[in-house]
Write a protein that binds this ligand. Sequence first.
Ligand code: HPA
Ligand code: ZN
Length: 330
Amino acid sequence: MDEFIAQLPKAELHLHIEGTLEPELAFELAEKNQVTLPFKSVDDMRAAYNFSDLQSFLDLYYASISVVQTEEDFHDLTLAYLKKAAAQNVRHTEIFFDPQSHTARDIPFGTVINGITAALQEAQTELGVSSKLILSFLRHLSEESALETFQQALPFREQFIGVGLDSSEQGHPPSKFVNVFDEARREGFRVVCHAGEEGPPEYITEALDLLHAERIDHGVRCMEDAALVARLAEEQIPLTVCPLSNVRLRVFKTMSEHTLKRMLDAGLLVTVNSDDPPYFGGYVNENYEAIQKAFDLSRDDLVKLARNSFTASFLSDEEKQKLIGELPES
Ligand code: HPA
Ligand code: ZN
């Protein structure tokens, strides 16, 4: 089955570029940029990836990104992920970036997005992986900060297709960001939102009704609300589920307690993604492998998940059909 998963063409729709920093590259950049990491070695850093909840991960995620500083660094970080993705038969990716975690360190918005964009273009021509970029606002900061960030982003509007919302979920509901999402939609951007990871099902409803999210990132806590599940199934709202992330951040104690299979059985448009791969112990194929083993998924189930990943993407209908046409009969 692992071989079947490896050769399956797929899209990855929930991936934070900051969360792809491997400890080896972190140490290389720390030395180059004269930054001291709070770890003695690569092994030490990897050993620290033992989280009690979302916040304990975010603390390390924001601290580690301090080593990434120049346009070249953002390029190298992005290209390293895209090489991994290409090797796993990822044909298309939709990547989040968190500009506020860089502009807060006095790194210009253009340095970040130009470095990332250069790598995306290289991957398209040299690796055959297509990509889109999604600007994600940090929900623990104010809406004013998000509005300011969106203004900084507008001169680069050709380089990203949508906006999202990430970081500490509890206590920072989607309703806090209605104005900035209204503005983004008015400017023609696509809208996604992290909701129902640690936060309650009500945040998923807010993301849909107040922010007009077209896709929900995580969304696993929808299973606590039968009416919401019925709505998500009826409207075929895609959910970008990240199984290894959910177990590592203790949303579920073990993979066998994950709701993914029940979500599929409820007719939800579920996709499988890696979120922040080195932190959670695997890229997209390792996520497919983990759920395949936990739920004894069939080839049909796996093909369905891969098909969902293309269906749920922001590719054109024509591009979706072309990629779906490359899937095996199963
Ligand atoms: N949730 C919230 N914020 C994040 C995540 C996530 O899964 N990954 C990176 N920032
Ligand atoms: Zn995420």
